[in-house]
Design a protein around this ligand. Structure first.
Ligand SMILES: *Cc1c(COP(=O)(O)O)cnc(C)c1O
Length: 228
């Protein structure tokens, strides 16, 4: 990355922060009630550093192995940063995910919930979790079906005693996101879950209107990605 484009990421970060504050005000919410997760997937440590230097401390990655390649060195310089896993997780990566991440947004089946529980105990780590809900009931997409969500939340929270902060969703690309955000909000409310992880570059302001407590914003900060 050139110095010029690094500067751009910091400027875009400031724009996104301002837009979040404006959306909070418009929704009648207190400023700072929605946190920004800067999604740095596909970008290397050099591209991420200026965003850290601008004061951003919460980052999201969607692949465990990719994150392992860049975050240990960044954490050495910024030890107060918080790393979120926002991509699908396989059980065989649970060990590495628990070792590296602070928050995991993508619990969506019993096998992975149990694997994460075992890893937290073995490693003596305390993570926070979100349960991913497949609000569009898309065949290919990760997430628990809305109709199975209440029972799955109970399993994760009450039986496995995982620290479940809230719910996460990725609406189908072809749909208006609002109804999906509303559905996620409804499931969270009836289960007394305080947090909603929803909203990306294209729709984070809408998500804030529907109660998002964290938005996951990538390209609006880092620029267009070549892949995933
Ligand atoms: C990539 C990704 C994002 C960020 O997407 P942008 O459109 O670049 O903001 C958010 N959430 C998840 C789960 C992602 O994989």
């Amino acid at each position: 990355m050139s110095a010029t484009s690094n500067k751009d990421a910091a400027a875009r970060l400031a724009d996104v922060r301002a837009a979040i504050a404006a959306a909070e005000r418009e929704a009648g919410r207190d400023e700072g009630t929605c946190r920004l997760i800067a999604v740095s997937k596909t970008f290397d440590a050099e591209a991420i550093r200026p965003v850290l230097e601008s004061g951003q401390r919460i980052f999201g990655e969607n692949r465990v192995q990719e994150a392992q390649g860049k975050w240990p060195e960044l954490r050495a310089d910024f030890d107060d940063l918080e790393l979120h896993l926002i991509g699908p997780l396989q059980s065989n990566k649970a060990h590495d995910a628990v070792a590296l991440f602070d928050v995991i947004h993508t619990i969506d089946r019993e096998k992975i919930a149990r694997a994460l529980k075992a890893e937290c105990e073995n490693q003596g780590r305390t993570l926070r979790f979100f349960i991913q809900v497949n609000t569009g009931e898309e065949q290919q997409k990760a997430g628990i079906a809305p109709g199975d969500a209440d029972a799955f939340i109970a399993l994760c929270r009450d039986e496995l005693r995982l620290d479940i902060a809230g719910l996460m969703c990725i609406p189908p690309v072809e749909d208006m996101p609002g109804p999906h955000f509303a559905l996620l909000q409804k499931i969270a409310a009836r289960n007394s879950l305080p947090e909603l992880s929803m909203g990306m570059s294209a729709d984070y302001e809408t998500a804030i209107r529907f109660g998002a407590t964290c938005v996951r914003v990538g390209s609006a900060i880092f620029g267009t990605r070549d892949t995933h």
